[in-house]
Design a protein around this ligand. Structure first.
Ligand SMILES: [Zn+2]
Length: 176
C-alpha cells in the first residue's frame, strides 16, 4: 500500500491534505508538511518497517484519529504480509514467492537454463532473480525477472551478478 492510499482511506478523501506527526516520522517525511509533499512522497510503498514504526507512533499518540489509522493499518498489514519485503529473510518462505517460483518452473521447464542439468541428472534447481532482489526489490515478484538455474550455476552467480542465462528468444520475449 502506498502512503497516499493509507492517508486517503484514513481521511476519506481522494487527495489527503494532512497527516499526524507520528505518521510523517514513520514514513520519513519532513514535518510540518511542505507544499508538494503528496507529489514527492505519496507514491512510496509502505514497507513493513514503516508499518511497524507507524503502529508504535499511533499507539503512543493517543489521538482519536490514531484509532482509524490503526484499523487501516491492520487491514493493510495483511496485504503487507502477502507481499513481503524483498530483502527480508521471510521472503523465500512467503506464499507470494512460492506461488511465483512454481510459475517460473512451469514456464521455463524443470532444467537449468544455463547448462541444461535437470533433477533427472541429479541437479538441484533454483529459481534465480536475474536482477538481484537486494538491489531491485521492486522486481522481486516479477515473473519476467526469474530464471531457472541448477545449484552449481546459481552458486557461481552472486547477488551482484546480473547474467541472464535464458535463451535469447525467451529473454527477448519477456522483455516485450
Ligand atoms: Zn546449470
Amino acid at each position: 500500500m502506498r502512503i497516499k492510499d493509507y492517508l486517503s482511506a484514513k481521511y476519506e478523501r481522494k487527495k489527503p491534505t494532512t497527516m499526524l506527526g507520528c505518521e510523517a516520522r514513520a514514513f520519513g517525511i519532513p514535518y510540518p508538511l511542505k507544499t508538494g509533499w503528496l507529489m514527492t512522497y505519496g507514491d512510496i510503498e509502505i514497507t513493513s518497517d514503516m508499518a511497524a514504526r507507524l503502529r508504535k507512533g499511533l499507539e503512543a499518540s493517543g489521538k482519536d484519529t490514531a484509532v482509524t489509522g490503526l484499523e487501516i493499518l491492520d487491514k493493510a498489514w495483511l496485504e503487507l504480509k502477502a507481499a513481503p519485503d524483498a530483502n527480508s529473510r521471510e521472503f523465500l518462505q512467503s506464499k507470494a514467492w512460492k506461488r511465483l517460483r512454481l510459475q517460473a518452473l512451469n514456464k521455463h521447464g524443470r532444467q537449468c537454463q544455463c547448462c541444461g542439468a535437470s533433477p533427472a541428472t541429479g541437479a538441484v534447481l533454483n529459481v534465480d532473480h536475474i536482477l538481484p532482489r537486494r538491489l531491485f526489490p521492486q522486481l522481486a515478484l516479477q515473473l519476467d525477472n526469474l530464471q531457472v538455474l541448477c545449484a552449481d550455476c546459481n552458486e557461481g552467480k552472486g547477488n551482484w551478478d546480473m547474467t541472464d542465462a535464458r535463451p535469447a528468444t525467451t529473454a527477448a520475449e519477456s522483455r516485450k
